[in-house]
Design a protein around this ligand. Sequence first.
Ligand SMILES: C[S@@+](CC[C@H](N)C(=O)[O-])C[C@H]1O[C@@H](n2cnc3c(N)ncnc32)[C@H](O)[C@@H]1O
Length: 274
Amino acid sequence: MKPAQMERTPFADLDSQPSEMTAMLLAALEAMGRHPEIRRVRQTAMQAMRPQPGERLLDAGSGAGDVARWLATAVGSAGEVVALDSSAATIAAAVQRHDGSNVRYMTGDVSAMTLPSDSFDGVWCERVLQHVTDADAALDEMIRVTRPGGRVCLVDTDWESLAFDGVPARLAGTVVTHMHGRLTPWKRDMGRTLRRRLISAGLGDVTATPVTCVFGDPASAAVVLPMVNPIVPEEAWATPPGVRDEWFSYVDAAGARGDFLAILTIWVVTGRVV
Ligand SMILES: C[S@@+](CC[C@H](N)C(=O)[O-])C[C@H]1O[C@@H](n2cnc3c(N)ncnc32)[C@H](O)[C@@H]1O
């Protein structure tokens, strides 16, 4: 596969997707946000970041804005949360979901923000760096806009940790290898690199927590894992050509027996700007 083919992920440029695809991806983001395992990841990040009343926080790559609105409840009316996303369609969707909390929505590229330096007490960036071409440049921007003593909280997936049980190992290996081949190397292992990136960038008090998400049935897994979601089109990266029907028959059979298992580690890494 040519590098150019690998580099485009739908989330890297949502606005260039057909409108139905953008709507499907936004609905997927919201469903993920309601999933108990993603909520567990976010609780871990919230405990690491410890937002305080009156703080000014940035949600970089804010998607539909759920986390920004959650952070707003923590900073209260004396604080403010800026929800920034590169996709105008996504920001429009987030504005539609606005609940009156202290969130300001704006479009912008996390790698080149128009926001002033040292203007935030903390930055949250969840499942975004895997979609940008230069994660360290984006991280430098997040550090630039954070005041000394403020926190940067990164959340990202380690797609290389994805594993299945209850389905034939040969077939699971084929599906996982196919997915890895569709992803850029930095998207595959972004989660586990976050600690190193924050240390290299000079942040202090770096903490790194791997949260291993456990999916005990196909329906639960399908919310987060496209290769077990039957509504994700094959061409949208999910399963290798020619094995889709066989794969889903084994996934469904494991689900019916009750022994389907998928695991995926998402990392929560926080550091303090010095
Ligand atoms: C997988 S979604 C995660 C959204 C949200 N953080 C969440 O966890 O629900 C990735 C988001 O990052 C945004 N994004 C991708 N590249 C970006 C960039 N360079 N600058 C800002 N946002 C970006 C996408 O538009 C999308 O909303």
